[in-house]
Design a protein around this ligand. Structure first.
Ligand SMILES: [Zn+2]
Length: 178
């Protein structure tokens, strides 16, 4: 498969920020680790490899130009309410293959991280889900505004577990469609 991995934000766009954590850095770290797990068996294209700004429309263009098979975007969540916590995964409303990809990723990640809150599999009209022509999913790897999630995401083993789950979900999706 040709897989686009999209690390959220970057450069002048930090994403969510707390005193300790910047979303763009954590998202890139997890995305690069997902690539490590997939690159033996797949062609993996990153929308960014470093801390650089890439617009949302450029991310979609990269994926569409490459005629990729799937698009997976990696983010971390934030909320005004510090109690909000856990993992949620999105696909574009009405996209059946997007939902299949989303579900496969979500279920594998939750299987590896059973002590995290499961916020479920959802639909959202996000640009990177809407303007990409292939099945697309976006995962929010916990809330950096929640003390417990934030502490855990600073553990490299936890980030690696997210990466393993995302990679396993992609493989499970491929087995489901082939
Ligand atoms: Zn984000």
């Amino acid at each position: 498969m040709k897989i686009i991995l999209d690390a959220g934000h970057g450069g002048k766009d930090p994403g969510a920020k707390t005193f300790l954590t910047v979303e763009k850095d954590m998202a890139l770290n997890i995305a690069l680790q997902v690539r490590e797990y997939l690159k033996r068996n797949h062609e993996v294209i990153m929308t960014r490899l470093t801390d650089e700004y890439v617009s949302l429309s450029e991310r979609c263009r990269i994926a569409n130009r490459a005629k990729a098979d799937i698009f997976v975007s990696i983010h971390l969540n934030a909320h005004d309410d510090p109690r909000a916590n856990g993992i949620e995964t999105f696909s574009f409303p009405g996209s059946e293959n997007g939902a299949a990809l989303r579900n496969a990723i979500h279920l594998e990640v939750m299987r590896l991280l059973p002590d995290w809150e499961d916020r479920g599999m959802k639909e959202a009209n996000f640009q990177v889900l809407r303007d990409t022509k292939m099945p697309a999913a976006l995962i929010e790897c916990g809330f950096i505004t929640n003390e417990k999630d934030e502490r855990r995401i600073h553990d490299i083993n936890v980030r690696d577990t997210f990466a393993r789950g995302i990679a396993a979900g992609i493989e499970a999706y491929r087995e489901g469609v082939s």
